[in-house]
Write a protein that binds this ligand. Sequence first.
Ligand code: NCD
Length: 306
Amino acid sequence: MRHLMSPLDLSVEELNNLLDLAQDIEAHREKYSHACSGKTLATLFYEPSTRTRLSHEAAMLNLGGNTMGFSSADSSSASKGESVADTIRTVSCYADIAAMRHPKEGAPMVASANSPIPIINAGDGGHQHPTQTLTDLLTIRSLKGRLDNLTIGLCGDLKFGRTVHSLIQALVRYTGIRFVLISPEELRLPDYIRQDVLDKENVPYTEVVRLEEALPELDILYMTRVQKERFFNEDDYVRMKDFYILDKQKMKLAPEDMYVLHPLPRVNEISVEVDEDPRAAYFKQVQYGVYVRMALILTLLEIKVD
Ligand code: NCD
């Protein structure tokens, strides 16, 4: 039984195979349109989502399967006090695979330990978001043609941004990766990622506060939203929320072949005027998110299409 809790649950070889499969799906969609016929995906979302929930559902529907689920804790028996373990035992009677998002770090892991069906971590608190990472890797590989020898700028809320934590874990396994960590002092990358991942793997990185300083040297700029829901105090959020605003003026400092990614939702950190810049790749990234989740569902269900 395979689950996906963190990007490290896939070896580099498996990851590359999965990205190859996603690219084949993009090129030959009709070939996969009945691959999951008779299978059901459950989306168990205890926290808000637009892209992650709908893209998992779109992925299963594109594969000819069915979907069911809930989109808030309030509309499930969690509001009556049911445990994640009991919920997953129940859902496994109805579905063949489940994607779970939860505000508590580790909740999908608890589900997987009690589950007879594959569980996909669709984001657990400020911890991990492996399917966003698969999306990010497919986007980078499609646009830049490689996942090695890249300078990646990660900008914004590096403390609470789970997409950043998962992306770093996945990318350090490729050679020639360098990070520029761009954040205010209060939102720096947590020590558990800095020490246990970057330092341990001897991955070069610099930390800067000013985005302008980093821009000229980047191959990829990965923007993130300040994670309002993880702040303990509203004043701190208000102080931080508009710390970075990427606009046309700043884009002039960036190389012609640098792409801007963002897991979305965007708040103010990318001005809408940047959307028309050919280097703005965040909506393409949304499309790649469907192909990669189709590939993931096939992989976890061990379904092969010839
Ligand atoms: C991200 C998340 O939920 O962590 N969104 C997403 O899944 N695409 C990023 C965010 O909410 O800021």
